[in-house]
Design a protein around this ligand. Structure first.
Ligand code: SAM
Length: 274
């Protein structure tokens, strides 16, 4: 889908784009192909796309996957998509809120891949929600704000490491990142963008029943970045239990959360659970 095609469709529909919905459409064929390549699609794959917009990525996904479930919040775009893809039996299009769809209690994504150029305002909650699902997707290839992408990829001691990194990496391994220049979107966004790939861990690092404790530990540990982790955790756990846990993990009692690895948070969760 070229830039001039996009402009024509928007002009014909008399559509003014809505900034709050993050409507920056990707018109660069090379970047679209890179995204699809990163998703490693097979003809039998089922793909969830949140925010199809005018459908430049949808088009490619339909070519490479077995089924595409696309959720778009803007009714004007849904009508355009219905016309554009009227003869596409592989596409299921839903007018709705992608965040609500992934939050739905009954949602199960184990047999799915997420491939999306996400609306930036809800990109992090969507990825955290999917990573927290007991049946998360097999792979997530998402285009989002570069700053958020860096947080998702970050490891202990990186500047961008924090709650978002841990809540997603507990279930997904970061695999790759590439930047997408602003000029590849219409209109160009004010922020830099990147596409990241996250692959579901074959074996979860923690059993499902410990997830809530992991989230409590991580959120409290990072509640004040510059403070010692032990001091912060003392708000919820007895000092004795914490001291024993920290010494069992050979962590310094002075350590800050930003220096504690994912694996150490996992071990700490096990020791503090119950
Ligand atoms: N995938 C298209 C592309 O690459 O050109 C559009 C991407 S654009 C960054 C984000 C799209 O998400 C827009 O079409 C916007 O209307 C839609 N959107 C915004 N918030 C949404 C939400 N909560 N649920 C579903 N779609 C949403």
């Amino acid at each position: 889908m070229t830039l001039s095609e996009m402009r024509r469709i928007l002009d014909e529909g008399g559509i003014q784009l809505t900034k709050s919905l993050g409507q920056n459409f990707l018109h660069d064929g090379n970047q679209l192909r890179r995204i699809v390549a990163a998703a490693e699609l097979k003809p039998t794959d089922r793909v969830l796309e949140i925010g199809p917009g005018l459908g430049p990525l949808t088009e490619q996904l339909l070519e490479h996957a077995g089924e595409v479930f696309a959720v778009e919040k803007d009714a004007r775009l849904v009508s355009i998509l219905l016309q554009r893809f009227a003869d596409q039996p592989k596409l299921r299009l839903l007018h709705g809120d992608g965040l609500e769809i992934v939050r739905a209690d009954a949602s199960e994504w184990a047999g799915w891949k997420l491939v999306a150029n996400l609306p930036y305002s809800v990109a992090s909650p969507i990825l955290v929600e999917l990573a927290s699902n007991p049946h998360p997707p097999e792979r997530m290839t998402a285009t989002l704000q570069l700053e958020v992408a860096r947080r998702l990829m970050a490891k202990a001691n990186d500047d961008d490491y924090g709650i978002l990194s841990l809540l997603v990496q507990i279930r997904f391994e970061p695999r790759g990142i590439f930047k997408i220049p602003s000029g590849c979107f219409f209109p160009p966004p004010d922020v830099d963008s990147a596409c990241i790939t996250l692959v579901r861990r074959e074996v979860p690092l923690l059993p499902e029943e410990l997830r809530a404790t992991f989230v409590r530990v991580v959120k409290l540990a990072f509640s004040q970045r510059r403070k010692m982790m032990l001091k912060l955790l003392k708000q919820e756990w007895p000092a004795e239990q914490l001291n024993e846990a920290v010494s069992a993990l050979k962590l310094s009692p002075l350590v800050r959360a930003e220096a504690v690895t994912l694996e150490q948070f996992v071990a700490l969760t096990r020791l503090l659970h119950g």
